[in-house]
Ligand binder design. Structure first.
Ligand code: NAD
Length: 319
């Protein structure tokens, strides 16, 4: 029996878009129909390297595919994404979904109305250390997230909150799954005219507290989240793809309890979160499932990011 392959395309094949092309190429049940890029030299280079068709504009590509990855700069996400959804094509849109809330609302509503998969590229959800952490997580009481990068020009068209912190926000909003009761934030610009270092504290209605720090002017790369719950402490190292767990064992007869803390570590060196994200998108499309990171999730992470940016702006008058 012949099984029809899912026909996909990639719009925007710059730094990250090339990886999307690579990952689709390696999925047997996918037919990579072609690519589009506003830069003709870049389009030629990627088209030739991956032996795929080069389309002159996204509207041409959309006539021949069932699903696309949209990996253009965030400033143009909305104008292309609305054409994709209007054409009835499933969409994996890179993060952040948009820079403003209104267009994100429109994209989420369009996908819902047309029953299309809209997945947002918040790729850290596919980090195997996060996947494993989620399977153990029970009732987080306190969460501490740190994401520090060395300075690079890439991503500086956005505030560090939308560039880096949004990954941790998405994970925290997903695992806590409670409304935000109180939000505090401070931040400052260091090398760009936008916020380069930010700190936020979230108190959720269910009592969980999360603090997040993001910096893109650090001298080292740190991407860690620590989660405390009554019987277990977990540390996710996103960079090393490592999960460390300390659990309280049987404490009967041990008044100090400390001797009963058991530590375990698990690393996932051969994992490929972007490949898993893309496979998961293909699975959602083929099986009519809600994607792991939905448009709604992407919109929620954007909304809290924008609230944090607003608080930082307001607070900066005090410094
Ligand atoms: P990039 O500048 O390297 O690539 C963007 C490409 O899009 C360029 O080749 C450009 O010519 C092309 N382009 C611009 N407008 C276009 C249009 N209308 N139609 C077709 N092509 C167009 O940028 P990048 O670093 O690859 O980032 C792309 C997106 O991915 C951004 O939204 C960014 O925020 C996101 N991103 C996400 C992560 C993550 O961790 N998930 C990491 C990096 C970038």
């Amino acid at each position: 029996m012949k099984i029809d392959k899912l026909r996909v395309g990639v719009i925007g094949v710059g730094h990250l878009g090339e990886y999307h092309v690579q990952k689709y190429r390696n999925i047997p049940m996918v037919d990579l129909v072609g690519i589009v890029d506003a830069n003709p030299e870049r389009a030629d280079m990627i088209g030739q390297s991956y032996d795929t068709r080069i389309f002159q504009g996204h509207k041409e590509l959309l006539k021949e595919v069932d699903a696309v990855s949209l990996v253009v700069p965030t400033t143009v996400h909305y104008e292309v994404a609305k054409d994709v959804l209007a054409q009835g094509i499933h969409l994996l849109i890179e993060k952040p979904i948009t820079y403003k809330l209104e267009p994100a609302n429109t994209l989420v509503a369009m996908a819902q109305e047309k029953n299309l998969v809209l997945q947002v590229g918040l790729v850290e959800r596919f980090n195997p250390a996060v996947v494993k952490m989620e399977s153990i997580l029970d009732r987080p009481v306190f969460i501490e997230a740190q994401r520090m990068n060395k300075f690079t020009l890439r991503g500086t068209d956005a505030d560090v909150v939308l560039d880096l912190m949004i990954h941790d926000l998405d994970i925290i909003l997903h695992i806590v799954n409670s409304e935000i009761k109180e939000l505090r934030a401070v931040g400052m610009s260091v090398t760009t005219d936008k916020t380069d270092i930010a700190n936020a504290r979230i108190i959720f209605e269910n009592g969980t507290v999360a603090t997040l720090t993001a910096s893109r002017v650090s001298d080292k790369t740190i991407r860690k989240t620590r989660i405390f719950q009554p019987d277990c402490y977990m540390e996710v190292d996103f960079f090393k793809r490592k999960l460390s767990i300390a659990r309280l064992g049987d404490v009967a007869g041990d008044p100090l309890k400390l001797a009963q803390i058991k530590a375990e570590n698990e690393t996932f060196p051969d994992s490929d979160p972007l490949a898993d994200e893309i496979k998961s998108f293909v699975y959602a499309v083929n099986n009519g499932r809600e994607p792991v990171v939905s448009g709604h999730d992407g919109r929620k992470a954007l909304k809290v990011s924008l609230d944090i940016i607003k608080l930082i702006k307001k607070g900066s008058k005090n410094f």
